[in-house]
Design a protein around this ligand. Structure first.
Ligand SMILES: [Zn+2]
Length: 257
């Protein structure tokens, strides 16, 4: 049965769509109800009272009429702020947008997200605070694999469970191969020890405990390629926001002397 509840909730504005002439549909990632689509009447009118509260990358406490079925409604916003660096920097904006679209793809609307609301909030806060957006994104990508039903075996060698030899990543074996089993897959990734170490670390890292992390550009490139491989082949996800990030990488190459 459809239920409705006027309640406070915390949320992050994920995306906005113009609706009819004066209104807007705003998808908010909420702490208690998962992702919800809110109908905001009059949102496109000049001087709309909630205009600032529903800007992209705004997060805060809202009061609304949250319904199990159909659209929900925001009555007011209690306190809210926007991530300033993310809003102003095209690169940070691209990574934050991609993280939100991953969350959007990973969970159906209206399904509570367990720890993922907090995790998303943290990831975006780190990016806004100046942490490397590529690394924060990689951590989210690795940890979201489980939600997408893909669980590459990263604890030990897929074949013999050994843990003490150098590893490489094999897409066809769905995880790590130890040096003794490298010959089983000649198309394995040929990753560096550092990239494998980070891939394994990211899969178990508690984002709350992240202090600082510095990764060489070459290693970042390997991580990007491994995760692209996993996301393309195993998850089968193709997001517009990710293509934009790939294009940005090409601009970097074009600008190199
Ligand atoms: Zn092995």
């Amino acid at each position: 049965m459809a239920q409705r509840e006027i309640t406070d909730f915390n949320g992050i504005v994920m995306l906005r769509k113009d609706y009819r002439e004066r209104d807007m549909l705003v998808k908010i990632l909420t702490d208690r109800f998962g992702k919800k689509m809110f109908f905001i009447r009059g949102a496109r009118k000049r001087g709309f009272r909630l205009a600032a509260a529903i800007l992209p990358f705004t997060h805060g406490t809202f009061v609304g009429d949250v319904r199990t079925d159909g659209l929900s409604f925001v009555n007011t916003a209690k306190e809210y702020r926007q991530w300033q660096s993310i809003s102003q920097d095209i690169t940070l904006n691209a990574y934050a947008t991609y993280i939100l679209s991953l969350i959007d793809a990973a969970f159906p609307d209206g399904q509570p997200l367990e720890g993922w609301y907090e995790q998303t909030l943290l990831a975006l806060r780190y990016i806004d605070d100046g942490f490397d957006p590529k690394i924060i994104t990689n951590i989210m990508e690795v940890q979201l694999l489980r939600i997408f039903g893909v669980a590459p075996h990263l604890e030990s060698c897929v074949v013999c469970q050994r843990n003490d030899l150098p590893f490489d990543y094999s897409q066809s074996y769905g995880g790590l191969l130890c040096q003794q089993h490298w010959q089983l897959d000649r198309y394995r990734f040929h990753a560096s020890a550092r990239a494998i170490y980070l891939l394994r670390l990211f899969s178990v890292l508690d984002l709350h405990k992240l202090n600082s992390i510095t990764v060489k550009p070459a290693t970042k490139k390997e991580l990007r390629q491994m995760l692209d491989l996993i996301y393309q082949d195993s998850v089968g996800l193709s997001l517009k926001s990710k293509h934009f990030i790939d294009e940005m990488a090409n601009w970097d190459d074009l600008l190199k002397p």
